[in-house]
Design a binder for this molecule. Structure first.
Ligand code: SF4
Ligand code: SF4
Length: 400
C-alpha cells in the first residue's frame, strides 16, 4: 500500500469549510479593493511603464532578498550580516508561512484536481511541511523574545503586532496537534514508518498514544475544526483590520513599483507646467507615495541608520512614514468622498506640514539616502521629505 492520507479523514461536512473559505477570500478581495481606492486618492504617477524591466528587477529581488533574504539579513560588501538576528526571525516566519500556504494549496489540488500526494512524494511533502511549520513556531517565539524581552529602541509595540504573532502561533501549533492526533489514531498503529516523516506530529502522537481510539477521534475532530476555523478567522481579521500581516501582499507590490531610476536622483520640477510646488497635503502625494505608507512594516531599520536620528535630532524616517499613514487613514473617508465629486479634493483638516510632520523634521534630513538603502521593501522617506521641503521653500517662503 502506498503512503498517503485522506484529506477529510474523520471529518464530516467538510464542505462547510469550502463555503467559509470562499467567504473569507471574498472579504479579503473586498478589503484589498478598498485599499487600492485609498491609494488612488493620490496623484497619478507613471509606474506602469517598463513592465519588462520591472518584472526582471522584481525577479532579482525575489531571489536575492526574499529567497536568500539579503536585505533582511542586512548583508553588506564583505559579507557582513548587520541584521542577522532579525533576519533569521523574518526568514523563519516568512518561509514557514509561504511553505505552509503552498502546502495547503497543493493538498487541495491533490484532493480536488489530480491525486499526486502518494508514496515517496507524500512522505517528502509531509517532512518539508513539518520542518517549515516548526521553523514558523521557532520564528514566532524568537520574535516575541525580541519584541517583548529585548525591546530594541527601533521597534514600537502595538496590539496588532501581538495579535499577528499570537494568531500565527496558535494556527501553527493547532496544526501540529491535529496532525499528532491523526497520526496517533492511524499511522502510529498501522504504518509507523510513515509517521516518522512528519516529525512534529509524530512526537505529539507518541504523547497521545495512551489515549483511547474514541477519544483520539473526538479530539481530532474538535481540534481540526478549531484549526481550520482559526485559519479562516485570521484571513477575515487581517482583512477587516488591515493588520500588519497585510505587508505580505503590499510590500511585494511596493517593490514591483519601486523607482527604477538612479538612486538618490530627485524628481525634477516642471517650472512651466506646475501649478503648485512640492506637497503640503496628503492627497497631493502620488499614489505610489501613499502605497509606500502601507508597505512600511515598522521594522525601524531606517531609523537605526538615520544620522539625524542617531545624533539626537527630531527626525525618524520610520515615524515620518507612520505619521503620514495615520494622517492618510484619518483623512481618507472625507478625501474619498470629495474625490468622487472633484478631481482635486481640497482639505481643511489638520495641516500636514507643521502639525503632522514638524518643520524641524523636514529640515533635519541630510538627504543621505541611508534610510532608503536599508529599507527591505523600498519605502522612500526622502522623496516625501523633499516634496514637503519644496513646498516650504517655493510656496511658503519658509527657510530655516
Ligand atoms: S535621508 Fe534623511 S531621513 Fe533618510 S537616513 Fe538620511 S537623514 Fe535620515
Ligand atoms: S520605511 Fe522601510 S526600513 Fe523604515 S520602518 Fe518602514 S519598512 Fe522598515
Amino acid at each position: 500500500m502506498e503512503a498517503t492520507r485522506e484529506v477529510f479523514w474523520n471529518i464530516q461536512l467538510g464542505v462547510i469549510i469550502d463555503v467559509l473559505a470562499a467567504v473569507a477570500v471574498g472579504i479579503f478581495i473586498y478589503a484589498f479593493y478598498r485599499r487600492i481606492r485609498l491609494w488612488r486618492i493620490g496623484r497619478p504617477d507613471d509606474r506602469f511603464s517598463h513592465l519588462g524591466r520591472r518584472a526582471r528587477a522584481f525577479l532579482t529581488y525575489t531571489v536575492a532578498h526574499l529567497l536568500l533574504h539579503g536585505k533582511f539579513f542586512g548583508v553588506t560588501r564583505g559579507w557582513h550580516f548587520r541584521e542577522l538576528f532579525p533576519g533569521v526571525i523574518h526568514f523563519f516566519i516568512f518561509a514557514g508561512c509561504v511553505v505552509l500556504f503552498i502546502g495547503t494549496v497543493l493538498v487541495a489540488a491533490s484532493h480536488y484536481v489530480y491525486e499526486f500526494l502518494e508514496g515517496g512524494v507524500y512522505l517528502g511533502f509531509s517532512l518539508v511541511l513539518d520542518i517549515f511549520g516548526l521553523l514558523l513556531i521557532i520564528g514566532v517565539i524568537l520574535a516575541v523574545y525580541r519584541r517583548y524581552i529585548q525591546k530594541p529602541d527601533r521597534l514600537d509595540n502595538r496590539m496588532e503586532d501581538l495579535m499577528a504573532l499570537l494568531l500565527l502561533l496558535i494556527v501553527a501549533v493547532s496544526g501540529f496537534v491535529v496532525e499528532g492526533l491523526r497520526i496517533a489514531a492511524t499511522e502510529l498503529k498501522t504504518n509507523p514508518d510513515w509517521a516518522v516523516w512528519s516529525p512534529g506530529g509524530y512526537v505529539l502522537a507518541l504523547g497521545f498514544s495512551g489515549l483511547q481510539q474514541s477519544t483520539l477521534l473526538l479530539w481530532h475532530q474538535l481540534t481540526w475544526w478549531l484549526h481550520v476555523l482559526l485559519a479562516l478567522a485570521v484571513i477575515i481579521y487581517v482583512s477587516l483590520t488591515w493588520n500588519r500581516l497585510w505587508h505580505i501582499i503590499v510590500s511585494p507590490i511596493n517593490v514591483f513599483f519601486r523607482n527604477l531610476g538612479p538612486r538618490g536622483a530627485l524628481v525634477p520640477i516642471d517650472i512651466e507646467a506646475a501649478e503648485t510646488f512640492g506637497v503640503d497635503r496628503i492627497q497631493n502625494f502620488t499614489w505610489k507615495h501613499l502605497l509606500d505608507l502601507d508597505a512600511c512594516t515598522r521594522c525601524g531599520r531606517c531609523q537605526d541608520s538615520c544620522p539625524a536620528y542617531l545624533s539626537g535630532k527630531p527626525l525618524s524616517p520610520k515615524k515620518v512614514i507612520q505619521d503620514l499613514r495615520e494622517h492618510l487613514l484619518e483623512r481618507a473617508p472625507l478625501l474619498r468622498k470629495r474625490k468622487a465629486e472633484t478631481e482635486n479634493p481640497g482639505d481643511s483638516g489638520q495641516a500636514m506640514i507643521g502639525e503632522v510632520i514638524g518643520e524641524d523634521e523636514i529640515w533635519n534630513c541630510t538627504t543621505c539616502y541611508a534610510c532608503q538603502e536599508v529599507c527591505p521593501v523600498y519605502v522612500e522617506p526622502i522623496t516625501k521629505l523633499i516634496e514637503m521641503r519644496r513646498n516650504l521653500v517655493m510656496e511658503q517662503a519658509s527657510i530655516p
